[in-house]
Design a protein around this ligand. Structure first.
Ligand SMILES: N[C@@H](CCC(=O)N[C@@H](CS)C(=O)NCC(=O)O)C(=O)O
Length: 219
């Protein structure tokens, strides 16, 4: 059977979290760096819905949504390995962290789509301000949530072990590149420290957030 194929650019925080998590879970996969923007038609041939990440299973069935992909992998293909705590209170906290990190990613994506894909004369300032305000709130909540239990989310013996820590670190790096003025390390010291620890692990270095970003397709 061919391995799983992970389709999408690693500058997408969603693709990157799936790549790093699959690696940490010991699940073999092939990564195909296909962009939803600059190589839309190529992506469409793999998955007509054009959502990154797409996970093509060995039988050809394509799955979407990073959280669903990871839920499926941990349920069926990780040989008992998982990236979640078993204690109910710790799990609740990890879900809080993950939800804030995913919200920050979503608002970052909306911000770049508004600024980079929409023609300048069609951009809507109040919408961008709303999105940026939500992004600031998500980062503030994430900083607070990470600061309350930094050690639990940090890598252990050089390995990421918690999905919440992985995605918080990826979100921080992503938002820092998309909206650097909003992601200041001085205001988010716990998040910046967690991300620095994560980015130095082998898993994070193996899957750096490279890609063209969300540039408009060539005219
Ligand atoms: N909730 C989804 C979000 C994925 C997402 O929005 N991916 C972007 C790339 S960063 C995408 O597919 N954009 C193309 C589109 O939505 O048309 C997930 O967790 O996978």
């Amino acid at each position: 059977m061919p391995p799983f194929r992970l389709i999408g650019m690693l500058d997408s925080p969603y693709v990157r979290r799936v790549a790093i998590s699959l690696h940490c879970l010991g699940v073999p996969f092939e990564h195909e760096a296909v962009s939803v923007v600059s190589t839309f038609a190529q992506f469409q041939r793999i998955n007509p819905v054009v959502k990154a990440p797409t996970l093509v299973c060995p039988d050809g069935e394509a799955l979407m949504d990073s959280s669903l992909i990871l839920q499926f992998i941990e349920a069926a293909h990780s040989q008992g390995r998982h990236l979640w705590p078993t204690d109910a209170q710790a799990l609740q906290h990890d879900f809080r962290v993950l939800s804030l990190a995913l919200a920050a990613c979503e608002k970052g994506v909306q911000s770049i789509y508004e600024r980079n894909l929409r023609p300048a004369d069609k951009q809507h300032g109040p919408w961008l301000a709303r999105v940026q305000g939500q992004l600031v709130a998500a980062l503030a909540g994430l900083e607070h949530a990470v600061a309350s239990r930094p050690e639990a989310l940090a890598p252990s013996q050089g390995q990421p072990t918690r999905q919440a820590g992985i995605t918080a670190a990826i979100a921080w790096r992503f938002v820092g590149e998309v909206e650097p003025a909003l992601a200041q390390a001085a205001q988010h010291p716990a998040l910046a420290a967690l991300a620095a620890q994560m980015e130095s692990t082998e898993a994070f270095r193996r899957f750096p957030p490279v890609g063209p970003g969300v540039n408009p397709p060539a005219a």
